[in-house]
Ligand binder design. Sequence first.
Ligand code: UD1
Ligand code: CA
Length: 463
Amino acid sequence: MSDSDVQLVILAAGIGKRMKSSTIKILHRASGRALIDYVLELAGAVSERKPIMIVGHQRETVEQHCGQRADYAVQAEQLGTGHAVLQAESLVRRSGATRVVILSGDVPLTRPDTLRRLVDEHVAALNEVTLLSMQLDDPDMYGRIVRGATGEVVKIVEANDANDAQKTIREVNAGIYVFEMESLFQNLRNLSAGNAQGEFYLTDIIGKIRQDGKRVGAILADPVEALGVNSRADLAMVERELNRRTLEQLMEQGVTFRNPDTVSIDTTVWIGPDTVVYPSVCLEGSTRIGRDCVIDPGAHLLDVTVGDRVHIKTGVVAENAIIEDEAQVGPYAHLRPGTKLGRSSKVGNFVETKKAVFGPGAKASHLSYIGDAEVGADVNIGAGTITCNYDGVNKHKTVVEDGVFIGSDSQLVAPIRIGRGAYVGAGTTVTKDVPPDSLALSRVPQRNVEGWAEKRRAKLKKK
Ligand code: UD1
Ligand code: CA
């Protein structure tokens, strides 16, 4: 297919009433990206020309989202798919293309090869229009493809306008077409809206072209590829399919999934070979996981970068964090944005971190809050240690230099610096900087009162 011949037009002006949403349908997300992102990617895979997008509802938001990836034509009032395409006429003519490929913004699963096959067939068969169709057990609200005695496509009838016999037709219109440019716009200008919905249907010009004795072609697509999103149920189906495709690809690259049906992974996520992913794991956004890692059940990572040979244990929640090679996290740790765990470091049970950088080999194994902190190499943070980073108005920084040992149940009142190699005794409230290699201790000295307990019990018995 020659790029210079084809201009893509994407229909994206309708709100999508059946979604029952205040957000326009094409900006609903599936597997980490908006529906329209998948369509733009498809457009980019088949043509180097910028696609033209027809926008209307929530136009500013849509244009902001899609940015430079498309040129825009405005359909001020949503008078139907035919009327929508007509709004692109001047931009299409300016492009110099002789053919127009029309995509629907709400049909996100079509593969580039299928679209190329459609264009190749159109060119080879000298068609005036070639459309993508599919066979469905339940044709539901899709437009029906009416074929003639010799199997030729005669017209498309929309579900709302179909008679009982036509309603039983199982071959339906996917909403993806290749048109010869001149004939497309000529026919669009002559459309009328005399149908059940009072709209200018793009699909009506198929019958018109056929009546004029021109060639109308159709090729069959896998129903999954032509699935249109009109409802939340359709959206869930799209997400399931995208997830299936992502896992299939990751397995091909050498990732093991213990129970793939329970795992949810965005199309934007990458995982290295020999990593094992346990059930009920959710990986989102720009998350990247290295090789030879183990991701235990119930981990939820969003925009997290994970090195090699890392063990993410059960119930870890992490967002916008970096975890370097051989680190161990969890079970039940919460890494909040700005966390960076160095090589072979360890953040254990019920530890929460935020804007915390751990040097190589540093450990906080149990029940801690470490926020706004710089933790040096090989530091050991005892169970229950808390950085007191917030004074009610401002956040302050804690610096723990290399090789420091912090005893259990300590509080580090920021801003504070604990010098290299220092010790903090268990139960200490550190309020002053600690010089390197010294011991900080703020406990009241212990006093044992011998025989005290025995006397007390005797006293209680007498009463
Ligand atoms: C359309 C087709 C139907 C096909 C189905 C496949 C028509 C008349 N019907 O029906 O044959 O089986 O797609 O998914 O074309 N849009 C605009 N402006 C408008 C109306 C719609 O830009 O005035 C956009 C929508 O935002 C959407 C696309 O066109 O992205 C399709 O519109 P939609 O209302 O979903 O059409 P369907 O009823 O699904
Ligand atoms: Ca639709």
